[in-house]
Ligand binder design. Structure first.
Ligand SMILES: Cc1cc2nc3c(=O)[nH]c(=O)nc-3n(C[C@H](O)[C@H](O)[C@H](O)COP(=O)(O)O)c2cc1C
Length: 176
């Protein structure tokens, strides 16, 4: 099985990047092949709905999405939504998302934004028939200290999501 994790924060001290790395470790230790994209170190242009689709970095990311059997998006919550860089990624890569199994890991400032990924999740479901894993990893700043996880619950939740992704993708792969 081959998975893709996209760390979507552009913040150099990103907490969602820490979650993404934990998910990578969980999937790799289950024997999966994992491709990792960090949008901070793989900058993408803003989507203009036109010439930008031909840019090599956009095509490379689209190909990696298209090749993956399942995708984990590790996102920062901004203004009760995913950050603009995440939405921009989906705008740039559109059809590459078709029929993907997608899970979310979220870093937020407060508990009140828990449902913030739903707008993007709906768009992925309705536009591209993605299967969204109904188990979001969601942690606030209290779970971290100096770039490291301090909350014991993080590892368990991340590994449950990784297991669920692997389980669903394996089951779908076996379909006649
Ligand atoms: C522009 C901006 C908007 C934000 N909006 C929200 C919000 O609506 N809800 C929330 O819980 N946290 C919000 N936050 C806090 C971030 O979600 C939090 O800092 C999180 O750690 C960001 O993820 P990152 O560390 O991976 O970049 C906001 C932060 C910024 C910079």
């Amino acid at each position: 099985m081959s998975y893709l994790i996209v760390a979507c924060s552009l913040n150099p001290e990103s907490r969602s990047l820490v979650l993404a790395r934990q998910a990578e470790e969980a999937l790799r230790s289950a024997g999966a092949t994992v491709n990792f994209i960090n949008l901070k170190t793989t900058p993408l242009p803003l989507c203009d709905g036109d010439s930008v689709y031909a840019r090599p970095e956009v095509q490379s990311v689209a190909k990696q999405i298209q090749k993956a059997e399942g995708i984990l998006l590790s996102v920062p919550i901004y203004n009760y939504d995913v950050n603009a860089a995440t939405k921009n990624l989906v705008e740039l890569t559109g059809k590459a998302w078709e029929d993907k199994v997608v899970g979310f890991l979220c870093a937020a400032g407060g508990q009140g934004s828990y449902m913030s990924v739903m707008s993007l999740a709906n768009s992925l479901m309705l536009d591209f028939r993605c299967l969204i894993i109904p188990r979001f990893v969601y942690f606030t700043g209290e779970a971290f200290e100096e770039g490291k996880v301090t909350d014991q619950k993080v590892e368990g939740r991340v590994s449950e999501l990784a297991k669920e992704l692997h389980h669903i993708c394996t089951a779908l792969n076996k379909k006649p």
